[in-house]
Design a protein around this ligand. Structure first.
Ligand code: GLN
Length: 551
C-alpha cells in the first residue's frame, strides 16, 4: 500500500522544501523503497513554461515534455529517476480541468465550488501516481507558505487525505525557521509555534517539524518545540545550514528523519541506507585536486536560479573529475569585441547559455568568436548552439548579415530558422519542441567520444533550428553536424573540426545530469578546460588556424 508524505512550509519562503523532500526521498530510496516526489504550486499559470526566469528561476523539462518548476530538477538529480507531467501541478491546471469539466456539463447542474470541486481535483491529482501502484512512497511538496490565501485549498486537500487514510498511511512534515536573535544571543521558537498554530487552524496537525537553523538545536529547545507544537520529541528535526545541498541527505540521516518517518508510517526496512556512491561523490566534491574557471555567458546571470541545472551539472561533472569548477557569470549584453579579451582571456572554458530573444545575442556572438579563434574550450547550449552557428556564418563563411530569424526575421541568411511546424503557432504555452528526442551521433566526433554511444536521447525546449539548407556550406568550412535526429533530419549537435573542444547542442544536456550519472558532455568539457589550463601554464596556447579568413 502506497504511503503519502506531505511537505508544507511555514514562517518564510525559500527554506528549502524541495531539498528536504529530495533528501528524505533519497534516504528512503537508499533503504530500498520506491519513491517519487511531486510538487503542487499555488500560482494560476497552467505551468511555469510562460514565466520569465526572473520570476521562479529556470523552467525544468521532463522526458515527456512537461515544463515544470526547478525543484523537479532537484528530485531527479537526487533520486536519479525521471519525473513526468504528473509530478508538477499548478492551481491554473486544477482550475482549467474543473472549468473544462463544467463546460462539458460534468457537474450535472450543481454549483461548482472550491470545496468540494477544486479540492477534489487536487486530491485526485495528489493520489494519481500512487494509484498507478509503482511507488511505495509518494512525497508531495506544497509550494508557497502556510497562511497564503492561494495555498488554502491545498491544505484542505491534505487535511481530507490525512483523515481518509489515517496516520499510518499519511503524514505531514512542516518545514519552519528557528531564527537566531543576535542581540538576545538566542534561538527563537515563537515563529514556529505560530506557523504550526496556523496549520492547526486549518485542521492539520503536522507530524514532524523540520527546523531550519543557523545554529544547532539543543535538547531543551527541541523539547520546547515538541511540547508547544504537539509532536513527539524525535519529530523535531534540525536542518542546519549546509555548505552544499548534497550534504542535506546525510544531515537528515544523522537526525534520523528517515527512521522517524518509517516509525510513524509503519514502514519496515532491515537495511541501513546504501549511500556509498553518494558519499564517494561528496568526498570528491569536497577534496578537489585541481580547479578550473569557466565563464557562463548568459542573459539572466543576475539570478543564478535561472541556470540551476547547468550549475548543478558543473558540480556533478567537477566532482567526478575531482576538479573545483569556479563560475564567472558574464552578462551577455556586456560582451563586445572591445572587451572580450579582458572578460574571457583568462578563462579555461566558456559556456554560452540557453535563452530567448534578442537581448545579449550580439554579446554571445562576440564571446564565441573569441573562444573559437583562441582555442578556448566552448560549450553552447540551445540558443548558445544557435549563436555559434550564426557566428560561424558571419565570420568564417563571410555572410555578414547571417542571423537567427528570432533576432532578425528579414536576414538574407536565416541560418537558424523557425521549424516548419512552429510557423503557424501563435499560442505561447506548451507549444515549443519539448521533451525527449533521439539523436544519432557520428563516430568520428568528440561527442561520440564523450557519450561512447552513437544513439542517445536528450531533452528539448526551443522553437528555432539549424536551417538544413546551409549544412553543406558549414561542413565544407569546418563546422560539422555530428548529431542529428534521424526521423526529422534536424541538427542536434555541431562541432568545430579544428578546435580542442567546441561543441554546440540544440538540446539541454543539463536536464539529465544527476549525482549518480554526471553528464558526459559536461565531464568532457571540464577535462578540456583542465587541458587548456595546463597548456596556458606551459605557455603553448596561441591563436591558431581558427582565425577567421575574413576579419
Ligand atoms: N530561443 C531559442 C529557441 O526558441 C533557444 C531556446 C533555448 O535556448 N532554450 O529556439
Amino acid at each position: 500500500m502506497t504511503k503519502y508524505i506531505f511537505v508544507t512550509g511555514g514562517v518564510t519562503s525559500s527554506l528549502g522544501k524541495g531539498i528536504i523532500s529530495a533528501s528524505l526521498a533519497k534516504l528512503l530510496q537508499a533503504r530500498g523503497f520506491t519513491v517519487t516526489i511531486q510538487k503542487f504550486d499555488p500560482y494560476i499559470n497552467v505551468d511555469p513554461g510562460t514565466l520569465n526566469p526572473y520570476e521562479h528561476g529556470e523552467c525544468y523539462v521532463t522526458d515527456d515534455g512537461a515544463e515544470t518548476d526547478l525543484d523537479l530538477g532537484h528530485y531527479e538529480r537526487f533520486l536519479n529517476t525521471p519525473t513526468s507531467q504528473a509530478n508538477n501541478v499548478t492551481t491554473g491546471r486544477i482550475y482549467q480541468t474543473v472549468i473544462n469539466k463544467e463546460r462539458e456539463g460534468a457537474y450535472l447542474g450543481k454549483t461548482v465550488q472550491v470545496v468540494p470541486h477544486i479540492t477534489d481535483e487536487i486530491k485526485r491529482r495528489m493520489m494519481l501516481l500512487g494509484d498507478q501502484g509503482n511507488f511505495d512512497i509518494i512525497i508531495t511538496e506544497i509550494g508557497g507558505t502556510v497562511g497564503d490565501i492561494e495555498s488554502l485549498p491545498y491544505i484542505e486537500a491534505v487535511r481530507q487525505i490525512k483523515w481518509e487514510l489515517g496516520s499510518s498511511t499519511c503524514l505531514v512534515i512542516h518545514l519552519t525557521l528557528i531564527p537566531y536573535l543576535k542581540a538576545a544571543k538566542e534561538l527563537k521558537t515563537k515563529p514556529t509555534q505560530h506557523s504550526v498554530k496556523e496549520l492547526l487552524e486549518l485542521g492539520v496537525q503536522p507530524d514532524i517539524l523540520v527546523c531550519r537553523t543557523e545554529y544547532p538545536l539543543n535538547a531543551e529547545l527541541r523539547r520546547k518545540v515538541a511540547l508547544f507544537c504537539n509532536v513527539t520529541t524525535n519529530a523535531v528535526v534540525e536542518s542546519i545550514d549546509a555548505d552544499s545541498i548534497y550534504d542535506v541527505p546525510l544531515l537528515m540521516l544523522k537526525e534520523k528523519l528517515d527512521k522517524t518517518v518509517m516509525g510513524k508510517l509503519k514502514l519496515i526496512s532491515k537495511e541501513e541506507p546504501h549511500l556509498e556512491k553518494w558519499k564517494e561523490f561528496l568526498g570528491k566534491l569536497k577534496n578537489p585536486t585541481s580547479e578550473v574557471r569557466i565563464g557562463l555567458v548568459g542573459k539572466y546571470v543576475e539570478l543564478q536560479d535561472a541556470y540551476k541545472s547547468i550549475l548543478e551539472s558543473f558540480i556533478h561533472a567537477g566532482a567526478y573529475n575531482e576538479t573545483k569548477v569556479n563560475i564567472d557569470f558574464i552578462p551577455a549584453e556586456h560582451v563586445s569585441d572591445l572587451n572580450v579579451q579582458h572578460l574571457l582571456g583568462k578563462l579555461d572554458g566558456v559556456l554560452v547559455a540557453p535563452g530567448f530573444g534578442e537581448r545579449g545575442f550580439e554579446g554571445k556572438l562576440a564571446a564565441i568568436k573569441y573562444v573559437r579563434e583562441y582555442n578556448i574550450p566552448f560549450f553552447g547550449i540551445c540558443l548558445g548552439m544557435q549563436a555559434c552557428v550564426v557566428e560561424f556564418a558571419r565570420n568564417v563563411l563571410g555572410w555578414k548579415e547571417a542571423n537567427t530569424t528570432e533576432c532578425n526575421p528579414n536576414t538574407p541568411y536565416p541560418v537558424i530558422d523557425l521549424m516548419e511546424e512552429q510557423k503557424k503557432i501563435t499560442a505561447k504555452g506548451a507549444t515549443m519542441r519539448l521533451g525527449s528526442y533521439n539523436c544519432h551521433i557520428k563516430k568520428n566526433s568528440k561527442s561520440y567520444a564523450a557519450y561512447n554511444n552513437t544513439d542517445i536521447t536528450e531533452r528539448h525546449r526551443h522553437r528555432w533550428e539549424m536551417n538544413n539548407k546551409y549544412v553543406a556550406d558549414f561542413e565544407n568550412a569546418g563546422l560539422m553536424m555530428v548529431g542529428t535526429n534521424t526521423e526529422s533530419g534536424l541538427v542536434e549537435i555541431v562541432e568545430l573540426k579544428k578546435h580542442p573542444y567546441f561543441i554546440g547542442v540544440q538540446f539541454h544536456p543539463e536536464l539529465k545530469s544527476t549525482v549518480d550519472n554526471p553528464h558526459p558532455l559536461f565531464m568532457r568539457f571540464i577535462l578540456a578546460a583542465k587541458e587548456h589550463k595546463q597548456k596556458a601554464l606551459n605557455g603553448s596556447n596561441n591563436r591558431t588556424e581558427n582565425v577567421s579568413v575574413y576579419s
